[in-house]
Ligand binder design. Sequence first.
Ligand SMILES: *Cc1c(COP(=O)(O)O)cnc(C)c1O
Length: 412
Amino acid sequence: MTVTIPDATALDAADALAPMRDRFVAAEDEGIVYLDGNSLGRPPRAVADRLAQFVSEDWGTRLIRGWDEGWFASPLAVGDRIADAVLGAAPGQTIVADSTTVSLYKLIRAALAARPDRSRIVIDRANFPTDRYVVQGIAAETGAQIDWIDPDPATGVSVDDVHAVLGPDTAVVVLSHIAYRSGYIADIPRITAAAHAAGALVVWDLCHSVGAVPLELDAWGVDYATGCTYKYLNGGPGSPAFLYVRAEHIGSAVQPIQGWMGVRDSFLMGPDYEPAAGIRRFVSGTPPVLAMVPLTVSLELIGEVGIQAIREKSVALTEYAIALFDEILAPLGVTLSSPRDPAVRGGHITIDHPAFPALIAPLWERGVIPDFRPPTGIRLGMSPLSTSFAEVRRAIVAIAEELTAATSRSDR
Ligand SMILES: *Cc1c(COP(=O)(O)O)cnc(C)c1O
């Protein structure tokens, strides 16, 4: 196959972030092409030592004393580090505690409690399943009504889409910053302002943006936000989500899972729930201290280069993928289901073809690992710290080869 656009070797040689690949386990192993760092980031190399050190020193020697020496404070301490590195948020508004799903539940319930005279929740049908399911569950439980947005599938939720459904009874708008399928970047500042003008609050799901695009939660006026740490933040399978509540809301916030780890004095063992004054009130039970260890390593890596440099590489990777798509996949009938304008495109793209459902198995077999999104999408996630331009090229060429083989088989 001849490809005329620039070879990946030159792009990798000129890439200031290229040396970061060696900081991840096996990223330099040319056997695997990994384009699913937006579902599960690679482990940083230093994680193994840091975990071993935690077991032998912190857990092993400090034992129960560890809770006084830092573990109890860890949901807030690690939250502040995420806030500083990638959220554009001042300290004291972010914790790390539960999954994104549970965090969404807490935040949406808190938003409804903050608007007791309103009962409508806005969400879009292209949102990630768990966001929709949580909203449906809350509606069934509280009697709230849902206003569904049907966004353009090739892009995502626009400011106009939100305007069209906002009303005097809207309590909260629940949206994803970056659409998990198309990669479209929603306009957080303008949508948040529109919701506020209607008297509503916003909950933003940042799973596909945190660690890939710069965020300014404080400056954008965001009320509540949450997101995964196992995607572009490389926290490892099941690493806990972060949860952000704007400072002005915290003192009066009511969250639905009242637990002993979120009260004014946990070790008083008092008779009644008395929420902590600060963001700690959003913690429910014992925080997943062990599961935060890898995250501290990857936050150090991100801190070394900064989120702006990460975004620049991310744009370069998706631009390169689209240039390759145009040259070798579009002629085979593959369509691009992501925005062409990098200003509204996150760190992944999705391409569609009716033959793709059968293509994932042979691709994975040859060590090319994107993921599949129904009905016919292959999603190419390019994690800026650990993905090379050569990987992107090999993936697109492999998809073209497998597609050509599949179509010639079905022609026979
Ligand atoms: C990955 C993802 C989730 C996952 O939620 P979990 O509770 O961690 O399983 C939620 N929302 C979005 C938009 C995602 O991309």
